[in-house]
Design a protein around this ligand. Sequence first.
Ligand SMILES: [Zn+2]
Length: 295
Amino acid sequence: MKDSVTRALVLNQRVNIIVATTTNLVQEATTRHELWPTSATALGRTLSMGVIMGVQLKNEDDQITIRIDGDGPIGGVRVDANRLGHVKGYVKNNEVLLIKEDTYKLDVGKAVGQGTLSVSRNYGLKNEYTSSIDLVSGEIGEDFAYYYLQSEQLPSAVSVGVLVDTDGTIKSAGALLIQLLPDHTEEDILIIEDIITNLKPMSSLVLEGYTSQSLIESLFDDAQILESIEPQFKCDCDREQMERVLLTLPIEDLDELKNEDKGINLECQFCGEHYFFDEDQIDTLIERIQNGKNI
Ligand SMILES: [Zn+2]
């Protein structure tokens, strides 16, 4: 089944809900970065929240960057997302497998550790606005709920889950955000609390076959669907971007890489794509630097 993300208004437009099913894009990130289960879960949860935050942006060229900096073995998570449902991201340490002793579940909180969650919004090329909180538990769902309350002063419920199969592949993944808008009533709060209390884990709901839209419609009778699109793991790196990085290096360094390593192999941090430059291509780059300097 395809991934999907749906935005809707419910309870007479006093409550905002966004649901994302993200199994395929989390699998793609896991494959690209060769992630171990706890690393895959931490990145998968953050990518799923990235999809939700991305579609909340107003304009097509707006972007969001999520940074989780913790003192646990994962060493940090970074996710970029945009208005079109495109996300990319990585964890510092791909090979983390931590399991809770009592429940045998993956211990994301311990793997992330204590630290901060910060979200930067780029509106076109003009403004960047960053807001940060201290991590509540490092489990990511709770941290985002607290982030929304702090930064937007909107009471929010977040549920996010990634289920990793015994062979390390992603069985299911998804996220849900419910926000009480400023004109919500006391009764709305009780209804939402009741829904959240009885809500199965997101990974179970996705496994049962719900799409983002069918889940919203099963929870609320009066759902007014605003938008439903397919999110993707998508990186915007290309060879020219890598060339621009190499063009900033001193010529001596390029010479050394050419002579000793017989080429340069660059890897994109976000998607794991490799870009190889052979000896002739390095010579061309050196010529371009020299020509630039002569102008
Ligand atoms: Zn890339």
